[in-house]
Design a protein around this ligand. Structure first.
Ligand SMILES: C[S@@+](CC[C@H](N)C(=O)[O-])C[C@H]1O[C@@H](n2cnc3c(N)ncnc32)[C@H](O)[C@@H]1O
Length: 222
């Protein structure tokens, strides 16, 4: 099994307490708050956009000019992906269930054109339904337990506009993985393919050179 870093171990402690209290998401705010006070690290904050997102734009230069098209990042966290999208000219919305994450990302990017919002994937504003030409879901669905997976998948899918693209980025499930162990609860192949419903079709699934991470691309018919 993959060796966890001390930042991962600490995140695991936050998650265990939250899950024991019956909340799959309360721990995120506690982690961001502790990190803001220098008492924890945010293990997924790599200080840059996800490499598989940057690579997708490099491989699809026709997609790399937003030209005012709309984009959204569910569970935006530190905001590196949303800032990339805005820099490419997408009218970008990014949201997170953790108010402290949104506070921190706004403070880090005071002049950002990104519309940062506190919002829960399970209670999306109705005006976001089918409103986004590009949806970038990076490691948010896998950060929640499997019992909310179907609802989380449907909520992400609901954001995609006719003709729009959904990118799902996450960690490859190791062969020796214990499905009960998490976070993260990495997606099985079947769970990745489940985004391809309700008019969205799977285009391809690519992995990084090490085979540790995947990027799945879906398109909604016009
Ligand atoms: C593993 S982090 C990934 C953050 C970011 N997407 C990235 O790639 O760096 C998962 C993020 O999703 C947020 N999150 C978890 N559950 C959520 C929910 N139900 N609604 C909105 N955000 C959520 C967490 O607060 C956290 O910032």
């Amino acid at each position: 099994m993959t060796q966890a870093s001390s930042a991962d171990d600490r995140a695991q402690e936050f998650a265990n307490d939250s899950l024991a209290d019956g909340s799959p998401t309360a721990w995120f705010d506690r982690l961001y708050d502790a990190a803001g006070r220098g008492q924890a690290e945010v293990p997924w904050d790599r200080g840059a956009p996800h490499p598989l997102l940057a690579e997708w734009f490099a491989q699809h230069p026709e997609e790399a000019t937003g030209d005012g098209r709309t984009a959204i990042v569910p569970g935006a966290g530190p905001g590196h992906d949303s800032e990339l999208l805005a820099s490419l000219g997408f009218r970008t919305t990014a949201f997170d269930v953790a108010p402290t994450a949104i506070e921190q990302v706004r403070a880090a990017h005071p002049d950002s054109p990104v519309d940062y919002q506190v919002a829960d994937l399970f209670e999306l504003p109705t005006e976001w339904q089918g409103a986004f030409d590009l949806v970038v879901e990076s490691m948010t669905v896998q950060s929640m337990p499997r019992d909310v997976r179907a609802n989380a998948t449907a909520a992400v899918r609901s954001l995609v506009a006719p003709g729009g693209v959904l990118l799902v980025i996450g960690g490859v499930l190791p062969a020796d993985h214990d499905p009960a162990y998490g976070p993260p609860w990495r997606l099985t192949r079947h769970e990745i393919e489940a985004f391809g419903d309700d008019g969205l079709a799977l285009q391809r699934i690519d992995q990084d050179a090490e085979g540790n991470r995947y990027r799945a691309e879906f398109r909604r018919a016009r």
